[in-house]
Design a protein around this ligand. Structure first.
Ligand SMILES: Cc1cc2nc3c(=O)[nH]c(=O)nc-3n(C[C@H](O)[C@H](O)[C@H](O)COP(=O)(O)O)c2cc1C
Length: 149
């Protein structure tokens, strides 16, 4: 059976917590997952399917733990043709234009590398929820059949 690679981008631990909740929920349903918080390019190229769960830092920036892999993927441009993926972005709409910037950057990069988006970017606004894991777990459950066969 295929394995879902969950990539967590986090500064203060919120997105990590959300990713752990998603992993636990999918594991309970018998879906194999690996959770990567310090991924390399091969974690992306070897994955059967990819779920990126990332917060945004600075002004629309990717969290430091994903900074290197993000720039390596840009530089190396490995083709991820047809690989199913989805991105959940944790952000805060009080940051205006840069709301969920890191998630938007990942969605655009994976599109560029020709992976297949199975859903639109999920934007989770800290101004609207104190329990982002609820929204993300529910969303993942609604797309899991497209993400992982
Ligand atoms: C210094 C700082 C900068 C931030 N910049 C942005 C931003 O540009 N856009 C955004 O949508 N959210 C921004 N946020 C909000 C975080 O993405 C949000 O609080 C998220 O839940 C943090 O998750 P984490 O603990 O996994 O890093 C910022 C938060 C901090 C503390």
């Amino acid at each position: 059976m295929a394995t879902l690679t969950i990539i967590a981008g986090t500064v203060y631990g919120n997105a990590q917590h959300v990713a752990e909740q998603v992993e636990e929920n999918l594991a309970q349903q018998g879906i194999d997952c690996v959770l990567e918080s310090d991924p390399s390019v091969t974690d992306f190229t070897d994955a059967d399917a990819l779920l990126v769960i990332t917060s945004t830092t600075g002004q629309g920036d990717v969290p430091p733990n994903l900074e290197f892999v993000f720039s390596d993927l840009k530089d190396e441009s490995p083709m991820l043709t047809g690989k199913p993926f989805a991105v959940a972005a944790l952000g805060d709409s009080s940051y205006g234009e840069s709301f969920c910037g890191a998630g938007k950057q990942f969605q655009a990069l994976l599109d560029e590398l020709q992976a297949t988006a199975v859903a639109d970017l999920l934007e989770v606004d800290a101004m609207e929820t104190l329990e982002p894991e609820k929204d993300v777990v529910e969303w993942v459950n609604s797309i899991k059949d497209k993400l992982i066969a």
